[in-house]
Design a protein around this ligand. Structure first.
Ligand SMILES: [Zn+2]
Length: 428
């Protein structure tokens, strides 16, 4: 690898057909069109959707991937990630991310690049991208993390992204998930606060980058294990790869399994089981049999207990979930998958997000999910319109279909592709 932000992927040799990708600002009549191909070059075109006028920029002789871009709600900031080939005695893959101010779509990011310039950019990347980051770096700084004891030698790290389980044994540490790429050092520090043993294994609950974004940096020091579908999703780059952090380096797990896998370390067992589709096609639940604890990944999300004195919710039973249809998720299968999870022996739960929970919380979650799903199926089958489904999700369950970012996918937010896919699935 040449730099931390570089992709370790071959540049496709095939010439892609021309295609368009459009981003709309949520709160302004502004769109940005990415026209890619028939070569690998990309042209950005500003679209004033109020006047329906277009402001074409120049061709960009590098790849701006449509799954790796984002437009701020007011349409003034455009975040993008670039990958390009540069030749300097040998070919180099140049990669950087940046945010551009609207108005510089023409003059700034869509500029002519030649070989020398690419090399200059590569140097600039090494110099913290100073010359080319028009506004600011898009990479978020890592947030503070905390660690708490779950039971015995099992701890939970939280604070950003998904919850990380830390199981300490006499021969080393087993982690379940490793958060975002940016949290790597923070996780190492939190583990160090409870043990001097090295991290030996990481089990991924699924491939989203708030859970497995740290794999790339873990691979040199530990073995990463994931369900074969989770790895396949990464290999296919079925984007968005939960684009919280554009340009997250992808670390492919070296070990995969289909139904069940165990790690035995220091006389203890950590067992991962696959029960089917739900949040994605590759969600697994990880058990700590000696402790009767499971880590559910995003198949189950912990809920904060209501504040004392808070008025009782008037909403019908429901759940705030994200069904990642682009990566094999299924609303229809989710309940059945949870039935498999509930067949396990456990009393304590580390959810994908949220506080440490109990088995009864998973039972309630499954029940609310099933109630909501059945009601939505009834509405879809009776009315046959997507709008009715979306209206009910917004009015009765607090989901939002408007004003949602295209990326990252957000629980309770219906991205355009998600509402279409959800409607199609519920209608079947
Ligand atoms: Zn997820």
């Amino acid at each position: 690898m040449l730099c931390a932000g570089c992709y370790n992927r071959p540049v496709p040799s095939r010439i892609a057909p021309a295609r368009l990708h459009v981003l709309f600002a949520q709160e302004a009549p502004i769109g940005v069109i990415l026209r890619r191909g028939p070569t690998r070059q990309v042209r950005l075109i500003a679209w004033n959707t109020g006047t329906d006028t277009f402001d074409p920029g120049q061709w960009f002789k590098g790849q701006i991937h449509d799954w790796n871009v984002s437009l701020s709600p007011n349409g003034r900031l455009f975040a993008y990630s670039v990958i390009a080939l540069s030749y300097a005695g040998r070919y180099l893959i140049v990669s950087f991310t940046a945010v551009s101010r609207r108005g510089s779509v023409r003059q700034g990011i869509v500029c002519r690049m030649n070989r020398k310039f690419l090399l200059a950019i590569f140097v600039a990347v090494l110099l913290l991208q100073s010359a080319w980051v028009v506004y600011m770096q898009s990479a978020k700084p890592p947030g503070p993390l905390r660690i708490e004891k779950v039971k015995g030698d099992l701890y939970m790290i939280s604070g950003e992204g998904g919850n990380v389980a830390v199981y300490v044994t006499s021969e080393g540490v087993v982690l379940v998930d490793d958060m975002f790429d940016r949290n790597h050092d923070g996780i190492l520090a939190q583990v160090k606060s409870v043990t001097d043993k090295p991290i030996r294994y990481i089990l991924n609950t699924h491939q989203h980058d708030d859970h497995a974004g740290g794999d790339f940096k873990m691979l040199p020091i530990a073995e990463v294990i994931a369900h074969r579908n989770a790895r396949a999703n990464l290999v296919d780059i079925k984007q968005p790869y939960y684009e919280d952090t554009p340009g997250t380096p992808i670390g492919l797990p070296r070990v995969t399994f289909s139904d069940e896998a165990s790690v035995f370390l220091g006389g203890k067992e950590v067992r991962a089981k696959y029960f089917g589709r739900g949040h994605t096609s590759g969600d697994v639940v990880v058990m700590f049999p000696e402790l009767s604890v499971i880590h559910t990944g995003d198949l189950f999300l912990g809920r904060q207990a209501p504040r004392t004195g808070a008025p009782a919710s008037t909403r019908p039973p429901g759940v705030n979930i994200y069904v990642d249809y682009a990566q094999g998720g299924s609303f229809m299968d989710w309940t059945k998958t949870l039935d498999g999870v509930l067949s396990l022996q456990f009393d304590t739960v580390i959810p994908g997000h949220g506080p440490i929970s109990k088995k009864a919380d998973v039972v309630q979650f499954r029940s609310d999910l099933e109630t909501m799903r059945s009601r939505l199926i009834g509405i879809v089958k009776a009315s046959q319109t997507k709008d009715d489904m979306v209206n009910i999700l917004e009015s009765d369950y607090g989901w939002r279909a408007k004003g949602c970012p295209l990326t990252p996918p957000t629980a309770g937010c219906l991205q355009f592709q998600q509402s279409d896919a959800m409607f199609a699935e519920l209608k079947r």
